[in-house]
Design a protein around this ligand. Sequence first.
Ligand code: RB5
Length: 145
Amino acid sequence: MTEKVILGSDHGGFKLKNKIINHLKESGYEVCDLGCFSEESCDYPVIAKLVAKKVLSENCRGILVCGTGIGMSIAANRFDGIRASHCTDTYTARMTRAHNNSNILCLGERVTGAGLAIDIADIWLKTDFEGGRHQKRIDMIDERV
Ligand code: RB5
């Protein structure tokens, strides 16, 4: 079955988001782009919320891009059930899927070059959650304090 990936960016991540979208389409993923749709200045929390809600309602995964990747990750992680991971290397991209069952990848266009960002996205998408002892820890994250 074709996997659907939800994409979003602000103006600071617009160009990298489009490169990732093209790559994902060529790789056979179904892509849903929730904006932004130009380089005009906009607010990253608005896009992070749209993507987080769709990831939760459709039980799929998403990729958010802003200038640093940090604002997007802070905003997306406000949602129960979202495990958004800001990654700048392939090792953490692999491990955050294997151990944290990350469901949103956050990237920074002003931090990470497009070639590396696409490798990070590929590895993040292809790595499965290991479950087992890691599920128990994720359940602990979700416990109310
Ligand atoms: C926009 O200038 C910038 O603040 C945003 O893209 C992001 O880096 C926020 O974390």
